[in-house]
Structures are given as structure tokens and as C-alpha cells.
Design a protein around this ligand. Structure first.
Ligand code: GLN
Length: 488
């Protein structure tokens, strides 16, 4: 059996039945990492020894296992705290920081019997759209090593696409799960704000950050979310009782479901092949009984500016704690405390992070606060309103994830503003706190994966996942793997 071809749920099922041991699964994943990660650079830390001892320990509990994901190897984005295991946010400034505690999601996954392979590469502090700003070097796209995997959860998407683990958990502040999922041909989901605890997630922009899964298909997504979701006393924004069992809700029945096509998302700037592949998703769901309605979403030109002001403002405040005293790395030479702060931050942060801190500090400074930050919050309310209106006419929205497929390495960073604009289809979902899912829906002429985005109303996860699952019942885009992706 080619284990890396299985979904997480299929592998979990095979482990439960005793067809595969937890150790065999773990070894298959580690072999895939050894064979490919030199080229891909998806991992910052591989905890190989821990993996095998954990696998052995879990084997004894297979019979009594409750979770369908028990024993399945996975990996964790490096901005999520793992006790005793280096958590760097792909930044020099955190050095070899090993947190004294596990993030809430890490705890939950451990209880469900997950086997963690290690920590995944990303854009520094999750700021970026290409995974090139990492202090540990850029991640490569498994479909074409000359191209980026997307960002900031690029390591997560590349690992899942290449069979280095069956799923990953990432974070999404403005598209960082959905966009790399799209570029790498995997399924990824940002849940409704408040669904998953952010305790132990190193904050980028707290009002937008949300943790979610990157995996092979919508069914895996549902199973992982069943584990991750729920109220946590340590994160006051979390809510409880919003969902039943999401996996059990995947019926494949979308009759009568109204899917909205926001015409403003299919205009200028969208690549023709991407547009055709995304629109074809509507046809597949229509054939299953869904109804397609065109509607307007007249706020597209405001979403990127509002997002970058709010995200930078919150980042400038969140990142003030990295000063060389509390965590990680400290400048080697300094004279006095102010100089220690200055030198540590000057040498410890990369260029993109500094750009955001400067921008954020500027928009929050007295005299500019009203003109920029307050204005951006008002625009955020207008965007939320536009979504409310849209969901008055439909149950889900269908849009592209990104205007193009994966760009070449080195192409994006030279023009940051252009790179920010490529987030145009994803950031509004975070501003409104909605759930959004990215799923493979085709390939372009260069053989690169294309993703489609489904967006739901608050706590519409069940409907969203069922629509994606139904699409995947009738298509096989999500089953294709890059060359080398089934090495193990
Ligand atoms: N590309 C966006 C940014 O750089 C989104 C990043 C994210 O979701 N973490 O801010």
C-alpha cells in the first residue's frame, strides 16, 4: 500500500484496523522528509527521534482510540508553540526559543493521538505571501522547484502536497492557509474567528489570526476541525457549541444550496485560466442540484488597504515584546538597555517585518490614527456589511483564492505593494471573521495547481465543508500529487 497516497482519514482507518502500524506510518513520513526536504525546505525542525518513540507509545492504544486521526503523522507551523521544541516563527530574533508550554491546538491534537513530525517553515512572523522571507531560507513549491509555495504557511502546504505528513496546522491572518493550499494543490481552511483557540499561537494580528488545517481533502479538513474547535478558557474569543460533528455532516447533498458568484471577483487582474477553473466549480455543484446566483460585492478596491493598515497596526504592537530580554536571540554587543533593544531588533528582524512594524507604528501614531487606523476600522465595518448583504442572497460564495498560480521565486519580494495586491481575494474573509476554504480545482498550462475559494457565513463551516466535499466527490484534482510526492 502506498501510504502517502492515502488521505489522513484513510490512513487513520487503516491504523485502526491494524493494517498499518503507527510506526510504519511515521517511518513512511520520515522517509518522505529525508527524500525530499533538502530540495523543498518545508521543515525548520524535524523531531525524528520523538516521532518514533511517540509512534511506539501510541501503538498500544490503537484498539481504544476514539479519534479517526489517531496515529496519523502531521506537522505544525513554526509560529505555534510546542513545549521543548524550537518555535522560531522563521525569525532570527527567536533564536532557539523552546516554549515551556504547548499551544491549545497542540494539546488537542496530542489527545487525539496525532504524531507530530516537527515544525514547518513559513514567512517570518507569518508576514508574506510566498514563504521567501524566512530566516531559514525560502520554501520551494513541490510542483515546480523554481516557484514559491505561497505563504505564509508555505512549509505546511508544500509538506502536505509532497506527502511529508498527512496534514498540517497553519495560521491564516489574511490568506496564509488558503493561498499556499491553492498554490500547492491541497485543501486548506480558515475557520470562523473564535472557532479555534489561539492560545500559544505567536500573534501577528490578533483580531484576524485563526488556526486551521491544510490537508488532502474536505473530509480530512472536517475531521481535523472536529479536533481543533471549541471553547478554551485561555482564549477569550473562542466560542462553544457552534458545530455538531462536522465529519458526520458530509452528506454529498447540495440540492437547493445557493452559491453566490461575486462578479467583482472575476474582473480585471484575474488570470484567464484561473478564472475558467474557478467558474467550472459552479458547474459541478450545479449538476448536483445547487443554484448559482450572480451578485455584486462592491468593496474589492478597499479590502487590501484596510487589511494592511489593520494587520500592520496590530503587528507593531504584538511584536514589541521581542526585545532581546524575554525570548530567544540577543544582539551580541550593545551598550546599555536602549542599545540592546535597538541592536537586537535591528539585527533580529528581517526587512518585511520591519516594514510592517514601521507602517503599523505610523498608522497608530497620534495625528495619523484617525486618518488611517480609525478609517481602516470603518472600512472593515463596510466590508462586513457587504458580506452580510451577500449572505442575504446566497448560502456560500465562490471566488478565486489568488489572481494567478504560483509565481517564480524572487519575483514577488522586489515589489511588496504588488505582492500585497495578490491577497485581494483572501483578506476580506479575515476582516469579516468568516470561514473560508481553498480547494484544488484544476491546473494551468504550466502544470501548476489552481485553487477555488468557498466562503461561508459565520459558523457556516458545516455547509462550507459539505459543498467542498461534494465537489471533491465528482472531481479528482485534489488527488493529484506532484512528481516525487509518493516517494514513500
Ligand atoms: N499575505 C498576507 C500578509 O502578508 C497574509 C499573511 C497571513 O495570513 N499570515 O499579511
Amino acid at each position: 500500500m502506498k501510504l502517502t497516497k492515502l488521505t489522513a482519514l484513510e490512513l487513520g482507518g487503516a491504523i485502526k484496523k491494524g493494517e498499518v502500524s503507527v510506526k510504519e506510518a511515521a517511518q513512511a513520513a520520515l522517509d518522505a522528509v529525508s527524500a525530499q526536504d533538502k530540495a523543498l525546505n518545508a521543515f525548520i525542525t524535524v523531531t525524528a527521534e520523538r516521532v518514533l518513540s511517540r509512534a511506539e507509545q501510541l501503538q498500544a492504544g490503537v484498539k481504544d482510540a476514539q479519534s479517526p486521526l489517531y496515529g496519523v503523522p502531521m506537522a505544525i507551523k513554526d509560529n505555534i508553540c510546542t513545549r521543548g521544541v524550537k518555535t522560531s516563527c522563521a525569525s532570527k530574533i527567536l533564536g532557539d526559543f523552546a516554549p515551556p508550554y504547548d499551544a491549545a491546538v497542540v494539546d488537542k491534537l496530542a489527545q487525539a493521538g496525532a504524531v507530530s513530525l516537527g515544525k514547518l517553515n513559513m514567512d517570518e512572523f507569518a508576514m508574506g505571501s510566498t514563504s521567501e522571507t524566512s530566516f531559514y531560507g525560502p520554501v520551494k513549491n513541490p510542483w515546480d522547484l523554481e516557484r514559491v509555495p505561497g505563504g505564509s504557511s508555505g512549509g505546511a502546504a508544500a509538506a502536505v502536497a509532497a506527502g511529508m505528513g498527512w496534514y498540517a496546522v497553519g495560521s491564516d491572518t489574511g490568506g496564509s492557509i488558503r493561498q499556499p493550499a491553492s498554490y500547492c494543490g491541497v485543501t486548506g481552511m480558515k475557520p470562523t474567528y473564535g472557532t479555534v483557540s489561539r492560545y500559544g499561537l505567536i500573534a501577528y494580528a490578533s483580531s484576524l489570526d485563526q488556526i486551521g488545517p491544510l490537508c488532502r481533502d474536505a473530509a480530512d479538513c472536517a475531521a481535523i476541525l472536529d479536533v481543533l474547535q471549541g471553547k478554551d478558557a485561555k482564549d477569550g474569543t473562542t466560542l462553544d457549541g457552534q458545530y455538531g460533528n462536522l465529519l458526520a455532516g458530509l452528506t454529498g447533498d447540495v440540492r437547493g444550496l445557493k452559491i453566490g458568484l461575486p462578479v467583482d471577483c472575476f474582473g480585471d487582474g484575474l488570470d484567464g485560466e484561473v478564472k475558467a477553473a474557478v467558474l467550472a466549480v459552479a458547474d459541478v455543484l450545479k449538476a448536483r442540484g445547487a443554484e448559482i446566483v450572480e451578485l455584486s460585492f462592491p468593496v474589492m478596491e478597499y479590502v487590501v488597504p484596510a487589511y494592511y493598515i489593520i494587520a500592520a497596526a496590530e503587528a507593531s504592537s504584538n511584536l514589541s515584546r521581542f526585545d532581546g530580554v524575554k525570548y530567544g536571540w540577543r544582539a551580541e554587543e550593545y551598550e546599555g538597555l536602549a542599545d540592546l533593544y535597538r541592536k537586537t531588533r535591528t539585527q533580529g528582524f528581517g526587512a518585511e517585518v520591519k516594514r510592517r512594524i514601521l507602517l503599523g507604528t505610523f498608522v497608530l501614531s497620534s495625528g495619523y490614527y484617525d486618518a488611517y487606523y480609525k478609517k481602516a476600522l470603518q472600512v472593515k465595518a463596510v466590508i462586513k456589511d457587504a458580506f452580510d448583504k451577500a449572505f442575504g442572497q446566497c448560502d456560500l460564495l465562490l471566488s478565486p483564492v489568488a489572481p494567478t498560480t504560483a509565481p517564480r521565486l524572487g519575483e514577488s519580494l522586489s515589489d511588496p505593494l504588488q505582492m500585497y495586491l495578490s491577497d485581494v481575494y483572501t483578506v476580506s474573509v479575515n476582516l469579516a471573521g468568516l470561514p473560508g476554504l481553498s480547494m484544488p480545482c484544476g491546473f494551468d498550462g504550466k502544470g501548476l495547481p489552481i485553487g477555488a475559494q468557498l466562503i461561508g457565513p459565520h459558523f457556516g463551516e458545516g455547509v462550507l465543508l459539505n459543498a467542498a466535499h461534494t465537489f471533491q466527490l465528482d472531481t479528482d484534482w485534489h488527488k493529484r500529487t506532484p512528481k516525487g510526492g509518493d516517494l514513500a
